[in-house]
Design a protein around this ligand. Structure first.
Ligand SMILES: NC(=O)C1=CN([C@@H]2O[C@H](COP(=O)(O)OP(=O)(O)OC[C@H]3O[C@@H](n4cnc5c(N)ncnc54)[C@H](OP(=O)(O)O)[C@@H]3O)[C@@H](O)[C@H]2O)C=CC1
Ligand SMILES: Cc1cn([C@H]2C[C@H](O)[C@@H](COP(=O)(O)OP(=O)(O)O[C@H]3O[C@@H](C)C(=O)[C@@H](O)[C@H]3O)O2)c(=O)[nH]c1=O
Length: 290
């Protein structure tokens, strides 16, 4: 049995779907039923349920986007920086292997040689490498709490998208924002992300950090071109002149725009699709929100 913390959230619900599809037994744990932000309660839950693995898909992201983290710093720190340490301690006490959903947004840009960031590169969009958003800073602190931990996967997700229209889907967001920032990013099809995470556990991949994104990178304009080609919307897309204009027009919270190298994951035998191909496939079977 697998314990799934935050299983009712955006990312957690896709894990729940992936586990159901595989016929794997799991239990969604919400803070309402068990305050898993308290180590004693989490240890007691592990003792009661005897899971073979735990997935931590809980955290604070801010809604509608990370800008909200600047106003909710305590919740953000608790969910992203403190909670991973508590889960680490509880799992260590009971010898339970686990996986943690982290974020690639602890990086900005590309490496000096213009390649994507690897798992061994230190974060450069974090409290130790300012400027950063409060959200990114808190996620980097969460990873620090896991340094040296055994028996844990740190799965770095980045800007999820899917064929299901919705407020958290990057493709939907691009179709709804008044103006767009043209930046180059690594992205992840969220179903493929979950498949890759479950592969790590089921195929007994070595524990450690994994960048779980589709291969390559895309610019916002590339994505908009794909949306246009599939005739998903007839709206006219407008772009900010540059990042300075974006910062002025929005609440001035810096965003991480970065490229991640996924070759460590691919080398484990999980071939992530090229990002443009994955986006086009999502748009081909696009399910508009009701
Ligand atoms: N969505 C995205 O774009 C990305 C998300 N991630 C990471 O994935 C994880 C899940 O994100 P997502 O599913 O989008 O978030 P949601 O807000 O949709 O769900 C997160 C769930 O976490 C639980 N939770 C535990 N502690 C807190 C807290 N302090 N504040 C708020 N919620 C808390 C809540 O579940 P309950 O109350 O039921 O226990 C909540 O429903 C986070 O760690 C996030 O950083 C990483 C990259 C991209
Ligand atoms: C607000 C806004 C954003 N953007 C751009 C900025 C950025 O490149 C992209 C996404 O920005 P958003 O503000 O929608 O999303 P943001 O909350 O920054 O997204 C992040 O959520 C957290 C939880 C993560 O971990 C990240 O991986 C990522 O998914 O859209 C616009 O083009 N126009 C806008 O008006």
């Amino acid at each position: 049995m697998i314990l799934l913390l935050g299983g009712s959230g955006y990312v957690g619900s896709v894990f729940a779907k992936g586990l159901t599809q595989r016929g794997m037994a799991y239990r969604v744990v919400s803070r309402r039923q068990c305050d898993y932000t308290r180590r004693d309660q989490l240890v007691a839950l592990i003792d009661d349920t005897r899971p073979s693995f735990l997935i931590n898909a809980a955290g604070y992201t801010g809604k509608p986007n990370v800008e909200a983290c600047e106003q909710h710093k305590a919740e953000c720190l608790l969910g992203n920086a403190v909670l991973p340490g508590i889960v680490r301690e509880a799992c260590q006490i009971r010898g339970l292997p686990w996986g943690h959903v982290s974020s690639g947004c602890i990086y900005n840009g590309v490496r000096a040689d213009e390649s994507g960031f690897c798992e061994t590169d230190p974060p450069n969009f974090c409290f130790r490498g300012p400027p950063c958003s409060f959200y990114s800073g808190s996620k980097a602190l969460g990873e620090e709490r896991l340094a040296g931990a055994e028996d844990v996967f740190v799965w770095r997700l980045r800007i999820p998208f899917s064929h299901r229209d919705g407020p958290r889907n990057y493709l939907s967001k691009l179709m709804r924002y008044d103006r767009l920032l043209d930046v180059t990013n690594s992205l992840a099809d969220i179903d493929e992300f979950v498949d890759a995470c479950l592969h790590c556990w089921l195929d007994r991949v070595p524990f450690g950090i994994y960048n779980i994104v589709n291969s390559g990178s895309v610019s916002t304009r590339d994505v908009v071109d794909l949306i246009r080609q599939r005739r998903i919307t007839d709206r006219r897309f407008c772009f900010f002149r540059d990042e300075a204009e974006f910062m002025e027009a929005t609440t001035g919270v810096p965003r991480s725009s970065c490229v991640l190298d996924n070759s460590k994951l691919v080398a484990t035998g999980f071939p992530m699709r090229e990002v443009g191909q994955a986006i086009d496939a999502a748009l081909e079977r696009w399910q508009p929100a009701a």
